[in-house]
Design a protein around this ligand. Structure first.
Ligand code: ADP
Length: 658
């Protein structure tokens, strides 16, 4: 038995002395005392209480030890309402129990909410009647609070967690935003560095340039360019530096007002000459930010020394062109006049502003309009047209004799972009030539009459001498006759030339057989010439419609040249051959031949090949010129083939009469 139970005077209670207690009670008390669990026994109808030591804390200082041997009803008056009915049920044989059962107990002098796991079970005697209640009771207040606190904490934790989750989500969203901002920043950075590189490479790749960017305080943002040193900048890092920190103060002072102008929004350019003589053009460009405010200035310096020199050269050229006595005209490939100098104005009568933009055809006489397309074709293939004599029209309708030189004007890539034309007024020279040729014509004409008489006289003398038997006289007269023939030929040549110049050379075409003509000429020549072997090939009868005398003079000229320019005893071959609708007449010799450099010119007027071989051979250089003019007037062709030292062959072709 517990000490308290033992010390109690039970005899004063309805239970009486412990020895008298019913066996069920005694056994239960002994079991209660041996257990460590809090156990309470409420015995009898008054629920007299017996409890073990473990139960004492449940009773608290307000109830223990007063509860021992007292009625449970009075001990638990404040909670009897809730436990009383349960006690009654137990007394009726039921077992009752609950967990975390809440009661508001006054056990320590104040009311407190206490929680219990309990079991009320009936204590039966030997007969099975319920004598009392066995209460096994475990206080769970701390556990309850602990759980409650835990739950609250849990809830709080959940709430915090939720908040955290929300915050987390926000963070995640912010993070995403930050990431995208970061990406944008990165992209901007990449773009910036790309722009910087681009700027640098642009600056470095503009030849002869310096590019500077300054901020509002005139500090350098960047400087790039291949003429840094030339412009007086060294290669140190200028970014963020003020001009006075990296260069002489005077230079800054002299540029300061320009910096101020560009930063106040003015866009302008200035030209400067360096101390070493280079010319620069410097462009100032204000730069605006996104808010449309000027926050930097761009300064681009370009070395324009070459351009300036080019300008000087052009100015000099222009002065030369202006002061030239020749008309210098430039025109497009479409023949539109683009420039016109003073002499052109003097020569043609048009002022620059009335003729520039007009076509060159305005200056070409109607009968020569086809010259321009021919000139253009030659020039487009890159050729120059030199000293081409023609006639041009003045504003007042006069015809001018001009010598034209036309050259292609090419651009830097060599493409022909226009034409330049130099026209020299040769009217005076032409007049001189006409006077000369008139004089030659007149003299030749005057010489012809006495020569004809002389010829007639020689013929008569020849007849008279025939039977005289004087061989010397006969020979002398034959030679005189040959010389007179030569002279007649020469005078005829001069006459023809003067007629040709005056445009009076008359071509009278009649059909004749070329074979007959050749035979005639050969017979005559063979009679006089014994120095060379003259052969001919037969081409059969070929009729041509031509001026017989003139064609005869061409053949005679070929033959007399072959005799003149080849050594004695050599062979001369006169041939005639058919070629399609044409007949080609040729004279071949085995003479000195003609150097290729002269070959193209021998048909020009007065042209003679001047060599040691030809110097002693007389002539005026008009025979081939006249021949070429005659063949040209017959719409035929004339040409020569020759090899120096081996011989030459001269040809002309005429259309066969249909
Ligand atoms: P020329 O009176 O000088 O002979 P041409 O007009 O007949 O005048 O000839 C021009 C020039 O061509 C001659 O001066 C001569 O140098 C050259 N020539 C002409 N025919 C021959 C030829 N058969 N062989 C060599 N040279 C020739």
């Amino acid at each position: 038995m517990g000490a308290l139970i033992r010390s109690m005077d039970w005899s004063a209670t309805s239970l009486g002395a412990p020895e008298q207690w019913p066996a069920a009670l005694r056994y239960t008390v002994s079991m209660m005392l041996s257990t460590k669990f809090p156990v309470l026994i409420c015995w009898g109808k008054e629920y007299l209480q017996l409890y073990n030591d473990s139960f004492m804390p449940i009773l608290g200082i307000a109830k223990h030890p007063k509860a021992m041997g007292n009625s449970a009803k009075s001990t638990y008056s404040e909670i009897w309402e809730s436990i009383g009915p349960m006690f009654a049920d137990v007394m009726n044989g039921q077992s009752v129990g609950s967990t975390d059962f809440k009661v508001t107990l006054n056990r320590n002098g104040y009311l407190e909410d206490c929680y219990f796991d309990f079991s009320y079970s009936p204590i039966r005697d030997e007969k099975g009647d319920v004598g009392g209640i066995l209460v096994i009771c475990m206080e769970t207040t701390d556990k309850y609070h602990a759980i409650g606190g835990f739950q609250a904490m849990n809830e709080e934790m959940t709430a915090i967690n939720e908040e955290l989750a929300a915050a987390n989500e926000q963070m995640a969203a912010t993070n995403e935003e930050l990431a995208s901002v970061n990406e944008e920043l990165l992209a901007t950075q990449v773009n910036l560095s790309r722009s910087e590189k681009l700027f640098k490479s642009i600056a470095l790749n503009i030849p002869n340039s310096l590019i500077i960017m300054i901020d509002k305080d005139h500090k350098f943002i960047t400087i790039e360019g291949d003429i840094m040193t030339k412009m007086g900048y060294d290669s140190r890092n200028y970014a963020g530096k003020h001009p006075t920190e990296v260069g002489p103060l005077e230079r800054y002072e002299s540029s300061k007002h320009l910096y101020q102008r560009v930063l106040s929004g003015e866009r302008f350019s200035v030209e400067r000459k360096s101390s070493t003589g280079e010319d620069y053009i410097i462009h100032f460009v204000p730069l605006k930010n996104d808010a449309n405010e000027i926050d930097a200035g761009l300064i681009i310096a370009l070395d324009i020394t070459d351009v300036k020199q080019g300008e000087k050269k052009s100015a000099m050229l222009a002065a030369i062109i202006e002061s030239s006595d020749d008309a210098i005209i430039s025109k497009t490939l479409e023949s539109v006049i683009t420039s016109w100098n003073d002499s052109a104005e003097r020569m043609f009568g048009y002022k620059a502003d009335e003729i520039i933009g007009e076509t060159i055809y305005k200056l070409i006489p109607p009968d020569r309009q086809n010259e321009e397309p021919l000139i253009l074709t030659r020039l487009k293939s890159g050729e120059r047209v030199e000293h081409f004599e023609t006639k041009r029209l003045t504003k007042d309708g006069r015809l001018l004799d001009v010598s034209l030189s036309v050259s292609p004007v090419k651009d830097a890539e060599g493409r022909i972009i226009g034409l330049s034309k130099i026209a020299r007024d040769i009217t005076e020279r032409k007049k001189d030539e006409t006077r000369k040729s008139d004089f030659i014509g007149m003299v030749s004409h005057e010489l012809k009459t006495p020569l004809t008489s002389l010829n007639a006289l020689i013929q008569v003398v020849n007849v008279k001498l025939k039977n005289s038997g004087d061989a010397f006289l006969e020979g002398a007269m034959a030679k005189a006759s040959m010389q007179v023939k030569r002279m007649t030929g020469m005078i005829n040549g001069f006459l023809n030339i003067s007629r040709l110049e005056a445009g009076k050379m008359l071509i009278e075409k009649h059909p004749f057989d070329i074979k007959d003509l050749l035979e005639e000429i050969l017979d005559e020549t063979k009679l006089i010439v014994s120095s060379h072997v003259i052969n001919s090939s037969d081409c059969g009868s070929v009729s041509v419609n031509a001026d017989r005398d003139k064609i005869s003079s061409v053949v005679s000229n070929f033959i007399s040249n072959a005799i003149k320019y080849s050594p004695q005893g050599k062979l001369i071959e006169v041939s005639c051959q058919l070629n399609g609708d044409k007949v080609i007449v040729s004279v071949k010799d085995e003479g000195m031949g003609i150097n290729p450099q002269h070959l193209g010119k021998i048909f020009d007027r007065y042209y003679r090949v001047e060599t040691n071989n030809t110097r002693h051979i007389s002539g005026f250089g008009i025979g081939l010129y006249l021949s070429a003019e005659i063949i040209k007037q017959h719409s035929g062709e004339i040409w020569a083939e020759s090899e120096s030292g081996k011989g030459s062959t001269f040809y002309f072709s005429l259309s066969i009469a249909g």
